[in-house]
Ligand binder design. Sequence first.
Ligand code: NIG
Ligand code: FE
Length: 413
Amino acid sequence: MERLLVKNIGRLATPLGRTARNGPRQGEIQVLQNAWVLIEEGIISKVGEGAPPQLPVEIVLDAGGRLVTPGLVDAHTHLVFGGWRQNELGLKLHGVPYLDILAQGGGILSTVMSTRAAAQHQLEEKARRALDEMLSFGTTTCEAKSGYGLSTSEECKQLRAIRKLHRDHPIDLVATFLGAHALPKEYQGHRKEYLHLLCEEMIPAVAKEGLAEFCDVFCETGVFTAEEAREILLCGKRYGLRPKIHADEIDPIGGSQVAGEVGAISAEHLIVCPPEGIASMARGGTVACLLPATSFYLGASFAPARELVAAKVPVALATDFNPGSCPCLNMQLVMNLGCLKYRLTPEEVLTAVTLNGAAAVGRADRIGSIEPGKLGDLVLWEAEDLDYLCYRLGSNLVHTVVKRGKLYTNRLG
Ligand code: NIG
Ligand code: FE
């Protein structure tokens, strides 16, 4: 039996439970002082305060009085892609809007070209470097979408890269099919045919090979309408793929209403989410997965996080790591923005990047909190408390990441 004891934890801060926390419960976390955690075979077996148990253990990690939290769950990324898009920075500085770049064949469609041009192993290599960096910033589980292939074989190539990385890399990956990310160039003027391809060929192929758990749609002006999103998500559902939706990022065209109606596990962005959308998500039990680094990067406004909490919609925060609207994979920056721009408390932010992120990817029963029975995923921070972690800006405060009971140390303190 492989045992790891993490002892001398100054503060152990964690939400509790196996489901998303909403409303006032989002900000209610447990803080233990002078605590310890015992991990056996990669699973948390005991947590306590005071003197740790006297057991034979293979590894003892002395936390030196530092803060410990659950490993961070990045519930929304576009991890696997070819190329970058630094050329768009100049366009942005000249005021060219994100959707105009896409309409001119750039944006997502230019990443589609680079992704199609790359072999699966090249995509894996590039994404592996991103995952290494994510782990060093405290992420222990990461959702990853396809959406830069836009044909059956190219979408499957991306999803197979995600499956391979899940097997090889310490970070656990959760795969989402996003074939409805844009209308590919070869289908311009043939929308109906692409919708047909999505529903009759791509979704069945992805489901048959077991390549994804979720189906997502970019519901936006000039991309996919709310009606199209509903049709695609209901089709995915028939094939066992749970719905997710990019909704209300730039224009409020009904995406958040669709989220609640189809019982989406999460709705993403929600920058301009209307009150009807909030009510629909509350009824549908949908997690609001907010992406503050994207708002920052697009120079957009920030999602109505306080209104979502008040309406008892559970809020998760994620990076949206992608080569266009948010080339950022640092969840610590997301936590800073969660406090400063959404006015969430550090306690609400912690729940958002752990347990509620886990709920957004259907894993709240296994990860997202430090409790017996959950995976041994923790972060030891160069911080004495949660306020300090959310207050410092621009440094990497990770000391050590524990993933399934294995240690990944950034610096030796
Ligand atoms: O979530 N909005 C759609 N998809 C991504 C952006 C992808 C890209 O620009 O390549 C997002 O922001
Ligand atoms: Fe996204």
